[in-house]
Design a protein around this ligand. Structure first.
Ligand code: GAL
Ligand code: CA
Length: 344
C-alpha cells in the first residue's frame, strides 16, 4: 500500500512539474495581452458612459501596436456588493488589470484584497478612494481631476456673467439669490465643488444669498424634481442655479420648461462636465457655461497606464503625483469656446 501511495504521489508530482513546464514554456505571462476589466458605480451616469466609451477607443488604438486588447465592462447599479462580485468575476475571466469606479469610495478594502490575492493591479477612476486606502498596496492607482479646480472655475464663470450683465440681479437688491444642486452625498466632487464655487463668488466680492440646496445624485430627473420644489418655494426669486454637473443643470432647465417660463424670466444656469448634451446646451445658450471634465484625457491616461502595468514597459514615461495619482486639468467652457470642445 505504502509503495502504491508513494507511486501515486510521484505521478501526481511529476504531472505537476510537467504541467508547470508546459505552462511556463507554451503559455508564459504574455506582456502583450492586455485584458482590462472595468466596473463602474452606475450605468445610467451620462459622464461615465462617455468616459468609458473613450477608454474603449483609446485601448483599441493599442491593437495596431502589437498588443492584444480585450475589455469587459460592468455597471454596478449603485450596489457595492454587486461591484465586489463583478471584480471577482472579472478576475476569474482572466483580466490582468482592473479599472474601478467605486460605488462606495470609502469602502474599497474587499476589492483591494481580491486584486492583491491574484496580483491584478487596480486603476481607480473618478471616485477617489481616501489616501489611507490608496496606501493599502503598491499596485493601486488613481486617475481623475481636482474637484476644487472645477468649483473655482464654475465660480469664475459666474463672476464674469454677473459682472458683465446687470440683469442677472433681477430684483436689483445688489445680491445674487442662488440655489445649489448637489451630486451624491459623500462624493468628493459634490462636496468640494459646492464649497469652492461659493468661496470663489465671495472672494470676488459678489454679494450672494443662498435660497436652497438639494441633493440630486448627478441625475437629471432628480434635479428636475428638486428644482420644481425650489421654484414653488421661491418663485421668481432664484437668479442663479449652480449645479455640480451638467445633467443636473439640464434637469433644472427642464423644470422651468415644464412650467412654461419665458426665456427672459429664467435664472442663469451653470454646470460641470461638458458632456455632449451639456455642450449642446451651452451652444444653444440654455446653459450659460460649464467646466470641462476632461474625459478624453482621463481615458487616455487610464489606457496608457493599463497597458504599461501589464506589459511592464512605459511606466517611466507616465507622470504621477505621489507615485500613484494622475490628475487632468478642468477647462472653462462658454458659448465662445464651445465649438472647440464639441470637436474633441
Ligand atoms: C463627477 C461628474 C458627474 C458624475 C460623477 C460620478 O466627476 O461630474 O457627472 O459622473 O463624477 O462619480
Ligand atoms: Ca438679487
Amino acid at each position: 500500500m505504502r509503495m502504491k501511495e508513494m507511486l501515486a504521489a510521484g505521478i501526481v508530482l511529476s504531472m505537476g512539474i510537467q504541467l508547470f513546464c508546459a505552462c511556463s514554456k507554451e503559455m508564459p505571462y504574455e506582456e502583450n495581452k492586455v485584458y482590462v476589466g472595468v466596473t463602474y458605480y452606475n450605468q445610467s451616469d451620462t459622464f461615465l458612459n462617455q468616459l468609458i466609451a473613450s477608454l474603449k477607443e483609446n485601448l483599441q488604438e493599442y491593437e495596431g501596436n502589437g498588443y492584444e486588447i480585450s475589455i469587459l465592462i460592468r455597471g454596478a447599479g449603485g450596489s457595492q456588493r454587486t461591484q465586489e462580485d463583478q471584480v471577482k468575476e472579472l478576475i476569474d475571466s482572466g483580466c490582468n488589470v482592473l479599472c474601478v469606479n467605486l460605488v462606495d469610495r470609502a469602502d474599497p478594502s474587499e476589492i483591494i484584497d481580491l486584486a492583491r490575492e491574484t496580483d491584478v493591479p487596480i486603476i481607480f477612476f473618478n471616485r477617489e478612494p481616501v489616501a489611507e486606502d490608496m496606501m493599502q498596496w503598491d499596485r493601486l492607482y488613481y486617475v481623475g481631476a481636482f474637484a476644487e479646480q472645477s468649483g473655482i472655475m464654475q465660480g469664475e464663470l459666474a463672476v464674469e456673467i454677473i459682472q458683465s450683465d446687470p440683469l442677472v440681479d433681477r430684483n436689483k437688491d445688489g445680491k445674487i439669490q442662488y440655489v445649489i444642486l448637489e451630486g451624491e452625498a459623500g462624493h468628493q466632487d459634490a462636496i468640494i465643488r459646492s464649497e469652492s464655487v461659493v468661496e470663489t463668488l465671495k472672494s470676488h466680492e459678489i454679494e450672494i444669498e443662498k435660497l436652497s440646496n438639494g441633493i440630486a445624485n448627478w441625475n437629471r430627473a432628480q434635479a428636475q424634481n428638486q428644482m420644481l420644489q425650489m421654484i414653488s418655494q421661491h418663485q421668481n426669486r432664484i437668479e442663479l442655479v449652480l449645479a455640480n454637473n451638467d445633467d443636473m443643470a439640464l434637469g433644472a432647465i427642464d423644470a422651468y420648461e415644464k412650467l412654461n417660463y419665458t426665456e427672459s424670466a429664467l435664472p442663469v444656469f451653470l454646470g460641470v462636465d461638458g458632456t455632449d448634451v451639456g455642450l449642446e446646451a451651452v451652444r444653444d445658450s440654455k446653459l450659460a457655461g460649464t467646466v470641462y471634465n476632461d474625459k478624453e484625457g482621463q481615458a487616455e491616461a487610464m489606457a496608457e497606464l493599463a497597458v504599461a502595468l501589464v506589459s511592464g514597459t512605459g511606466m517611466e514615461k507616465i507622470k504621477f503625483q505621489d507615485k500613484k495619482y494622475i490628475y487632468l486639468p478642468y477647462m472653462k467652457v462658454t458659448k465662445s469656446s464651445v465649438d472647440r470642445f464639441m470637436r474633441r
